[in-house]
Design a protein around this ligand. Structure first.
Ligand code: SAM
Length: 380
């Protein structure tokens, strides 16, 4: 049967990808939006949505890096069916004309990815030639459409990226901080650290303010991609796109948003330029009026309320470890001044050690790109 993709179905299978280690955070993100989980894989969660849910997922999934729409999933123990299955998909209708197609293949070591790519590519070309008399251009360019072939055991999946620009690019980041967290990484770490917007939150080393901005959006139930500009999602150029349904999804996201915080969010940094940058970012994210952002030397700080969650991403700089005993002083200071608080501390693996008094300690491996970083969660 031909797969035409001229409209979304009542039930669509989507794959949301996320940074390594954040799968549980992404899962709760997906569940919070009311979608049904199919399975959890490394760096990805499969789920289903209806048509409005498809758009809401793109606007609202905080931890996701990208979203793919599954075009076809089938069982086969070899590559024999690959060409025929590929050729049945109406690629000529799905892929915008003159836009390069970037095909990515992920298969087990039983298969040669280059061969799989060639068969798949031939399937698309043949389909295009027969139906439209032309063939698409293959290549990885800024504007290319990404399509994926994924094999696991006997299961093969074809999917297409419907996101375009990665979902961590919320659009509020102003240049200026040397080591900002990706926005979806910060949101996922907050969730892993137990933040659901129901406690006071302090980031005492906020840098560009990513975590406090994401926390404000979590507490306000603000969809993180609601301000993405027209044409910013790849799905807007796809044949199934319905502007009226997209608008309905946007309206429903806006209706969910709360007008005020209940639990305060404080952001501090020792560096005045970073505080200024964080304020600019918060303004662009349209959450500035909800945040209390100021300059403060952490080692002179006291807890701003009896209880709360301290989330922070400690500096990575190795010199701090060797020269200033920074990480030990940090642990001492929180033990002395922040009793009664919960902590979610994100740091390079051999810098930070949880204080001796830490209770209910959980450590999550969540690499930050190539950095071996962990999230230490505990109470004092
Ligand atoms: C890794 S960066 C945080 C980046 C941040 N998560 C973001 O997304 O932009 C660490 C921050 O700690 C701040 N910092 C270092 N020592 C500090 C201190 N003693 N008191 C307050 N802030 C400090 C630095 O200025 C830097 O902005």
């Amino acid at each position: 049967m031909e797969i035409s993709i001229l409209s979304l179905k009542k039930k669509n299978t989507l794959i949301a990808s996320c940074p390594k280690g954040l799968e549980p955070a992404l899962q709760s993100d997906i569940e919070a939006l009311g979608f049904s989980i199919i399975k959890i894989a490394p760096r990805a969660v499969y789920f289903t949505t209806d048509e409005v849910g498809f758009y809401k997922a793109h606007l609202g999934l905080r931890t996701a890096s990208s979203i793919k729409l599954v075009l076809k999933s089938f069982e086969s123990n070899g590559t024999d069916e690959l060409f025929a299955r590929c050729e049945k998909i109406a690629w000529e209708k799905l892929l915008p004309k003159n836009v390069p197609v970037n095909t990515q293949v992920q298969v087990s070591k039983d298969f040669n990815p280059k061969e799989v790519f060639e068969v798949f590519k031939r399937g698309i070309e043949t389909r295009f030639l027969v139906r439209s008399g032309a063939t698409p251009v293959f290549g990885n360019k800024d504007n290319s459409i990404d399509i994926f072939v994924y094999q696991y055991n006997d299961q093969w999946t074809f999917s297409i990226d419907t996101t375009g620009k990665a979902l961590h690019k919320r659009g509020y980041r102003v240049e200026g901080h040397p080591a900002p967290l990706k926005e979806n990484l910060a949101a996922g770490l907050l969730r892993l650290g137990g933040y659901k917007g129901q406690k006071n939150l302090l980031d005492p080393m906020m840098g560009s303010g990513t975590a406090v901005i994401e926390a404000a959006m979590i507490q306000l139930r603000k969809a993180p991609l609601i301000h993405r500009k027209k044409g910013g999602f790849a799905f807007e150029a796809m044949p199934f796109f319905k502007n009226s349904v997209y608008r309905q999804a946007q309206d429903e996201c806006r209706e969910r948003k709360l007008s005020d915080l209940v639990f305060p969010i404080w952001g501090r940094d020792v560096h005045p330029d970073f505080v200024k940058g964080a304020k600019e970012n918060a303004l662009k994210a349209r959450v500035e009026k909800h945040l209390d952002l100021n300059q403060l030397q952490f080692f002179e700080s006291k807890k701003p309320s009896e209880h709360g969650l301290m989330f922070t991403n400690l500096p990575y700089d190795q010199r701090l470890k060797k020269k200033e005993n920074f990480f030990e002083c940090f642990s001492e200071h929180i033990t002395k001044e922040y009793a009664g608080w919960d902590f979610a501390i994100y740091a390079y693996e051999d810098t930070f050690k949880a204080p001796q008094k830490a209770e209910a300690l959980k450590v999550f491996d969540v690499p930050n790109g190539s950095l071996e970083t962990k999230l230490w969660c505990f109470k004092l």
